[in-house]
Design a protein around this ligand. Structure first.
Ligand code: KE4
Length: 425
């Protein structure tokens, strides 16, 4: 079987470092096909998929309604480079779902969404400084590739070569869940801050939950100083509830970045928010942003079908219940073996950290035993359970899972934890 892609053809043999298995060792699986809750590799092995393409596949793979909608769209042409009705249909669904979004612009990735939201915040306020939080990842936009999470953290380049000092001189990085440090910054430079961007539930340092105090400080301080509060919901949007993390938490940001699920597996990102802010986006306003494949009709069809299914048959309660059973099983398995662990979960996003320190930010996430995680990852893989290949990522439960799959996952976890070495105290 010829290698489908090799390091001789593509750097590292992958088109995104997050899937390079850098943190767990070994060679990435090459996937032949996916269906419902399963991935199938080139050798025909079947895996329960807890990555779901890093979030998009909340309904599972090849959902009939998504396949039907995209097949029909394909036959009407794949890209027009001109407005089409599907863009407005998906825009209406997004605006209807997320109360803080009054107007939305589609792009082709979460990176583009975050990058454009950042430019918009600076264009709207006329200010330069943007604030991000260590361990949060907003795609590979230069000015936010500082203390970044996800693959940047996993592979040890949270501050990538090629990002110049000039590019990041107006980026301030603070610790997540530290309202005092945020207040100190605003006291010193509040009138220079264009925006504060964060993952409202963080998934890119592993799953980290924001405190209510932190979220209140974010909203109060940005209001008080005229800075924009930007929720990067690329991962949490339509994942944690139909209205995203902000609906689940009861928050109202000024701008929201979206991606992943709104494309239903196709390349779609979006940014949206207050009408007065979005009115600054070209051609309505002066803030430039453009894209050849933005609003692509086939991608729009996938997003429309996905959001309609989520709206009319909301899976959230069941996703939460199944994830709770999995979390309880993982926790019990570690307790039985006296293995230091923290299980952080919000709905269908969860991470098992191998540390006895509560994980509330990047520094505490980094106390995890990543070697033990790697051994756990492979033990689960050997038992047909495909987890994210890094301690610093979130797992995603999908709606195609059955109760039998959940039980099999818990059983695989018990067997996998048993090989991790600790003995009862
Ligand atoms: P994309 O450009 O990869 O579509 O989105 C970037 C992005 C922005 N914001 C958040 C909160 C994100 O989680 C992401 C991308 N997430 C990673 C997984 N942690 C994508 C996986 C990858 O890079 O291959």
């Amino acid at each position: 079987m010829p290698k489908p892609s090799s390091p001789a053809l593509i750097p590292g043999g992958v088109n995104s470092p997050a899937r390079a298995f850098g943190a767990v060792g070994g060679t990435p699986l090459f996937i032949d096909r996916a269906e419902a809750q399963y991935l199938y590799d080139l050798d025909g092995h079947k895996y329960l998929d807890f990555i779901g393409s890093w979030g998009p596949m909340i309904l599972g793979h090849c959902h009939p309604k998504v396949v039907e909608a995209t097949t029909a769209a394909l036959r009407r042409g794949t890209s027009y480079g001109a407005p089409c009705e599907a863009e407005s249909q998906l825009a209406e669904l997004v605006i209807d779902a997320v109360p803080s979004i009054e107007m939305v612009r589609f792009v082709s990735s979460g990176t583009e969404a975050a990058m454009s939201a950042l430019r918009l915040a600076r264009g709207f306020t006329g200010r330069d400084i943007v604030v991000k939080f260590a361990g949060c990842y907003h795609g590979h936009v230069d000015s936010l590739l500082v203390a970044a999470g996800s693959a940047a953290l996993t592979l040890g380049v949270p501050n990538s070569p090629g990002v110049t000092a000039g590019t990041v001189k107006d980026t301030v990085v603070l610790p997540y869940n530290d309202p005092q440090k945020l207040a100190d910054l605003f006291a010193a430079k509040g009138d220079q801050i264009a925006g504060v961007m964060l993952e409202p539930v963080a998934g890119n340092m592993g799953l980290v939950v924001p405190t209510a105090e932190f979220r209140k400080a974010l909203r109060d301080l940005t209001h008080k100083h005229g800075a924009l509060l930007i929720y990067d919901e690329v991962m949490t949007g339509f994942r944690l509830s139909y209205g995203g993390a902000q609906q689940l938490l009861g928050d109202t940001p000024d701008v929201t970045a979206l991606g992943k699920i709104i494309g239903g597996g196709y390349p779609v990102g979006a940014y949206g928010g207050r009408k007065d802010v979005m009115a600054k986006v070209m051609p309505a306003g002066p803030v430039f942003q453009a894209g050849t494949l933005s609003g692509n009709p086939v991608a729009m069809a996938a997003g429309i079908a996905t959001l309609k299914e989520l709206k009319h048959n909301p899976p959230y309660a069941r996703l939460d219940a199944m994830s709770a059973v999995i979390a309880a099983g993982l926790t019990a398995a570690c307790q039985e073996r006296n293995i230091p662990h923290q299980l952080n979960r919000v709905g269908s996003m969860w991470t098992l950290f191998f540390t006895d320190t509560p994980v509330t930010d990047l520094e505490t996430a980094k106390t995890s035993d990543t070697d033990r995680f790697a051994r756990f990852f492979w033990a689960m893989m050997d038992r047909g359970v495909y987890l994210p290949c890094s301690q610093f990522e979130a797992a995603f439960t999908c709606g195609a899972l059955t109760d039998a799959d959940v039980a099999a996952t818990v059983n695989a976890a018990k067997e996998s934890v048993a090989v991790l070495g600790e003995r009862p105290a």
